[in-house]
Design a protein around this ligand. Structure first.
Ligand code: C5P
Length: 316
């Protein structure tokens, strides 16, 4: 396999990974390990982060840099650039998995198009993209099952970022299997000015629902996807984290109302929020809803298609 050469002669691979939304998010009572059992339906949407990996020079070690698309108001200050960054953890985990020599390292650049701390799994997308980018850069030929297992160790949403499309997620979200999705859907993504911490939303869920029952498979939603029926999909969307997120962020209720009044078929909280998703019947409808939301003073809006592919190489 060949990789593109950078100006300085190093090889370079860029991998694009999508944001995810949860069409259904059923949450149970916390497990002994503190994670919540989930039954979720993930969908990959057309907002992306690109991760570029380049061989580090001799003795240079690992490094990480982040840039952002101007189109999306990404808060780069909220992206950690130290060892707590999921992309860097993914890189080290892959190197460890293959027992690579200590001096083998890469320069990683994340170009963000996915809002940070928005409930869109941007950090998970970066981790998935990094696994694939380094696998290709170094021709490691990691089997898919091994990549999925490494992804699961990094975070609940990382395996789905590898897979993309539309998938049922169980366990703590890390066990993923594709589901039939006949639709070509359009969402209007409404960003919030401030992020929301996922652990705090789960904690509030525990306060509000002290003995949550085991989450169930959402048969009506899966049927709506298989049939490509947008009205049935609108009726079947569900997120157990909506109540706790709105409890922490009561200001979101006004945006939900605006979305409904603007003609969205449904308004859904993305994951643990605070991003809101307005389901539209077509690209044209998404642009109409967009215009109405702008009239109501909303500024951070992006119309996106779904489902889209998981982490994939875009340049060699
Ligand atoms: O797996 P991930 O690192 O993305 O999870 C982030 C946090 O979200 C966890 O530390 C936990 O507080 C919460 N979480 C949870 N149950 C899940 C997934 C995430 O409680 N199934």
């Amino acid at each position: 396999m060949s990789a593109a050469r950078t100006e300085r002669g190093g090889r370079s691979v860029t991998v694009r990974a999508p944001a995810k939304i949860n069409l259904h998010l059923g949450v149970g009572a916390p497990r002994p390990d503190g994670f919540h059992p989930l039954v979720t339906v993930y969908q990959a949407v057309g907002l992306y982060d690109d991760v570029t990996a380049v061989d580090a020079g001799p003795g240079e070690g690992w490094s990480l840099e982040a840039t952002a698309e101007e189109r999306v108001a990404v808060d780069l200050a909220a992206v950690p650039l130290d060892d707590s960054n999921l992309a860097l953890r993914a890189a080290r985990l892959l190197a460890e998995h293959h027992a690579l020599p200590d001096d083998r390292a890469a320069r990683i650049t994340i170009h963000k198009g996915i809002p940070v701390a928005g409930g869109l799994a941007g950090g998970s997308a970066d981790a998935a993209a990094t696994l694939v980018a380094l696998d290709r850069l170094w021709d490691l030929q990691t089997p898919d099952d091994d990549l999925l297992a490494l992804a699961a160790r990094l975070g609940s949403d990382v395996p789905f970022a590898l897979l993309g499309g539309t998938a049922l997620g169980t366990g703590r979200g890390e066990l993923v299997e594709p589901v039939v999705d006949a639709g070509g859907w359009w969402w209007l993504v409404v960003e919030s000015d401030e992020g929301l911490s996922t652990p705090s939303v789960y904690r509030r869920f525990d306060d509000l629902v002290p003995a949550a029952p085991a989450p169930q498979r959402p048969d009506a939603l899966l049927a709506a996807l298989a049939e490509g029926d947008v009205a049935a999909l609108a009726a079947a969307l569900h997120n157990d984290l909506a109540a706790p997120a709105l409890d922490l962020r009561p200001d979101l209720a006004a945006t939900v109302e605006d979305g409904r009044a603007a003609g969205a078929l449904a308004v859904l909280l993305s994951g643990s929020g605070p991003t809101l998703l307005l389901l539209c019947s077509s690209m044209r409808h998404a642009h109409e809803v967009h215009a109405t939301m702008v009239e109501r003073g909303h500024r951070r809006l992006t119309a996106v298609p779904a489902p889209v592919a998981g982490a994939h190489v875009v340049t060699y």
